[in-house]
Write a protein that binds this ligand. Structure first.
Ligand SMILES: NC(=O)c1ccc[n+]([C@@H]2O[C@H](COP(=O)([O-])OP(=O)(O)OC[C@H]3O[C@@H](n4cnc5c(N)ncnc54)[C@H](O)[C@@H]3O)[C@@H](O)[C@H]2O)c1
Ligand SMILES: O=C[C@H](O)CS(=O)(=O)O
Length: 483
């Protein structure tokens, strides 16, 4: 059994707890490694080390930091196959998405490195003679990067690449369910002499203890956390104690609106892809469909047909597998309960509707539900599994109203070939992202940010990079000999 260590101040170190968390392969239920269950003492050590390293790191010229960030991407690429394998093993992704995620992480380090020369301030006119007002952009400081299990490599890149290029130091806490890819990344950092000690630290453990302690730490300047709304609420509560900035990427309940003017083949194919990506476990996946009633039967038939072609199994053993496992037994049971509750309330199962007993592993059959009420739990709560509930609408007004009627505000999508209809729906939907006639997954140069309970602040692009900066305004008075 492989056991791991924490990484603090440039050294591998034992946790003070001497307790361990099992990491389980969701396709086989085997324990694949054990990570230390860190303590608050370990959190203090890691944050102190990041705090001490901050000054040296931010004084390194941006361009040098950018080169280091680029190099990190290159090193992941050298180790690409290993990252893909570890990711498949700990999270159960299919090969295509696992390799896509690792490639996106590589790209992310490279993309963020390019901001090194472009972190710009401003000079604005003063009200007084002989004075310039400089608006400086500076690193926010120590960043706590708290990562979920569903995209453990890509979201690590979002936290680490952005922190390092902006001159911040980082304490990374991966999900206790998928720490092995972060541990592999830590080996890369450890092998690079150009990253000063303490700039990057890794601690492993539970969210409720270690994540919370990190968010509450007075020397953490920003908590950048991706995860569920309940955990994000806890992070805000902890951070509030020191008025620490939070950057939160939380859950979603993305509506997909299919109008009678849609290309139904495109809609069915995109919603299929969007609902099942990562075995149904992505925050931007289509989570509920509103289809105009005169095309509903045809659309549902197309989706049903495509769901029936799917192969389920261990994606690490078979590259052709379309749908792998859910990440854990708990996740499987939660999805099962949500579907059962919906069925008890009158939902009709068009496809799937139960576990897939392929042997060991946490497999649930891709499921289509119709006859669901817009206000029911399956239409309002995040499912995070391969289940798509579908309801109908009569008018575009109704579709927009129902689409917006949610506590989440991350992603949404619209299917129509009518430009006027598309523009109207896009303008009236209140979501951080809207995909028109295509499946989800955002671009690194965009801005991934949720409205309502889906988060605060955002990631990616110029605006995501700027979330890791603070502003200092300098009023520079000078003497003018000519006056
Ligand atoms: N908006 C986005 O970009 C985005 C991306 C990926 C996942 N998500 C969301 O993440 C969720 C799935 O991931 P998950 O199950 O790993 O989420 P989670 O909230 O259970 O855990 C996320 C991270 O937060 C930590 N955590 C948990 N409780 C905490 C607490 N009290 N204090 C501090 N940290 C805590 C966990 O240990 C983990 O590292 C879904 O809701 C999904 O929509 C959102
Ligand atoms: O879980 C959320 C996602 O859709 C994935 S990510 O935003 O690209 O990380």
């Amino acid at each position: 059994m492989q056991t791991h260590k924490l990484y603090i101040n440039g050294e591998y170190t034992e946790s003070h707890s001497n307790e361990w968390i099992d990491v389980i392969n969701p396709s086989t239920e085997e324990v694949i490694s054990q990570t230390p269950k860190a303590t608050t003492d370990d959190v203090n050590r890691a944050v102190e080390s990041a705090f001490q390293a901050q000054k040296e790191w931010e004084l390194i010229p941006n361009i040098e930091r950018g080169k280091i960030v680029r190099k990190l991407g290159n090193k992941i690429e050298e180790n690409r196959a290993n990252f893909i394998d570890l990711l498949q093993e700990e999270q159960g992704k299919d090969y295509e998405l696992a390799s896509g995620e690792v490639d996106l992480a590589i790209d992310y380090f490279r993309y963020m490195s390019e901001w090194a020369r472009r972190i710009e301030g401003e000079i604005v006119p003063s009200d007084r003679p002989n004075e310039n007002i400089y608006i400086y952009k500076k690193p926010i400081g120590v960043v706590a990067g708290i990562v979920p299990w569903n995209f453990p490599v890509f979201i690590l890149a979002r936290k680490v690449a952005t922190a390092l290029v902006t001159g911040c130091t980082v304490v990374l806490k991966p999900s206790q369910q998928t720490p092995n890819t972060a541990i592999e990344f830590t080996k890369i950092v450890d092998g690079m002499d150009d990253i000063p000690r303490g700039v990057y630290n890794l601690i492993t453990g539970t969210g409720s203890e270690i994540g919370y302690a990190l968010a509450k730490h007075e020397k953490v300047d920003m908590v950048s956390m991706t995860g569920s709304v309940p955990a994000g609420t806890k992070v805000m509560e902890a951070a509030a104690q020191n008025i620490t900035k939070v950057n939160l990427e939380l859950g979603g309940k993305a509506p997909a609106i299919v109008t009678s003017n849609a290309d139904l083949d495109v809609a069915a194919e995109s919603i299929h892809t969007s609902r099942l990506a990562n075995n149904g476990q992505a925050c931007t996946n289509a989570e509920r469909v509103y289809v105009q009633e005169n095309v509903a039967d045809e659309f549902i038939e197309k989706l049903k047909h495509s769901f029936e072609q799917l192969t389920i199994g261990n994606p690490r053993e078979n590259k052709e597998v379309d749908v792998g496992p859910l990440v854990s037994q708990d996740r499987l049971e939660e999805v099962e309960v949500m579907v059962k509750t919906a069925v008890q309330s009158g939902a009709k199962v068009v496809s799937g509707g139960q576990r897939d007993e392929v042997g060991k592993g946490f497999f649930y059959k891709p499921t289509i539900l119709t006859n669901v009420d817009h206000s029911s739990a399956i239409m309002q709560e995040e499912i995070f599994g391969p289940v798509i509930p579908i309801t109908t609408f009569k008018t575009i007004d109704e579709a927009i109203e129902k689409g917006n009627d949610t506590e989440f505000g991350l992603s949404s999508s619209v299917y129509t070939e009518d430009l006027n209809e598309a523009m109207r729906i896009v303008n009236e939907l209140k979501f951080g992202e809207t995909f028109v006639n295509r499946e989800n997954f955002e671009a690194v140069q965009g801005y991934h940010a949720g409205m309502r309970k889906s988060g605060l602040g955002g990631a990616d692009g110029k605006h995501g990079m700027e979330d890791f900066l603070v502003t200092q305004v300098v009023y520079m008075q000078y003497k003018n000999d000519k006056q």
